[in-house]
Design a protein around this ligand. Structure first.
Ligand code: ZN
Length: 240
């Protein structure tokens, strides 16, 4: 089975379209949350994912957009974007977001947005935070998002190994536990502005990162049109 792995689409439809096109035909589409927030296309992105049969979990921005968590925990720009998003949601979009679970088990994989310890808020960006999550995994592998950084952490017994993605880097899945982050579709933060995603091949037992360019200026123009914060518009150019 070929499974598309995506996270942090953040209401960026051109980035999502580019990633889905690069993926081609897949047997399933799994996402690790933050479908909305920051970007200008919350309704369109939810509709596109629903039409593609995507399954996944709720991110902190998704939860805030439907009023499930308080926006006071977000910085000023993120909060403004969430408030704008909340006003744009249609009933069907809202229901789709509200139905997302915090944690989802699919075969050998556990999906969370942040971490196994704190699915909503914790960033897994170091071996020490990864160790806490790896210890809580009840499946061989965990799929995470939230940091927007394509990276992975492998339990090597007495230590946790950090694996960093470069274009098309492939990781073999074996008996060692692994946490895997495909990177961010709609707001990359590793200095590469291209949209990020990954492919899981269950027969070959591999996961492979990839990057794909998308028309960033289209997303930026749409953000400008609806008055989203300037800093959020600019950061897309740099992938930071
Ligand atoms: Zn995010």
């Amino acid at each position: 089975m070929r499974v598309a792995l995506i996270s942090d689409v953040h209401a960026n439809l051109p980035a999502l379209e580019a990633v889905l096109e690069a993926l081609g035909t897949c047997d399933a589409l799994w996402h690790m949350g933050d479908v909305v927030g920051y970007g200008p296309h919350p309704v369109e992105v939810v509709e596109r994912l629903a039409a593609a049969g995507a399954v996944g979990v709720r991110g902190n921005h998704d939860a805030a957009a439907v009023g499930a968590i308080d926006t006071e925990w977000f910085n000023e720009d993120a909060r403004r974007a969430i408030e704008w998003t909340a006003g744009r949601l249609e009933p069907a979009t809202r229901h789709w977001l509200e139905a997302l679970p915090e944690t989802l088990r699919l075969g050998d994989f556990t999906l969370v947005h942040g971490s196994l310890r704190d699915p909503t808020w914790e960033y897994v960006v170091s071996a020490s935070s990864a160790r806490e999550s790896l210890a809580r995994l009840e499946t061989p592998y965990g799929l995470i998002g939230h940091s927007h950084l394509p990276c992975a952490f492998r339990d090597d017994g007495d230590r946790v190994i950090t694996l960093v993605a470069e274009d098309s880097t492939e990781i073999g899945l074996d008996e060692r536990r692994l946490l895997f982050n495909p990177g961010g579709v709609g707001q990359p933060r590793d200095g590469d502005p291209r949209a990020a995603g990954a492919i899981l091949d269950t027969e070959a037992a591999t996961v492979r990162w990839f990057r794909v360019p998308y028309p960033i200026e289209q997303t930026q123009a749409a953000m400008r049109e609806v008055g989203l914060p300037r800093r959020l518009i600019e950061r897309l150019s740099y992938g930071l």
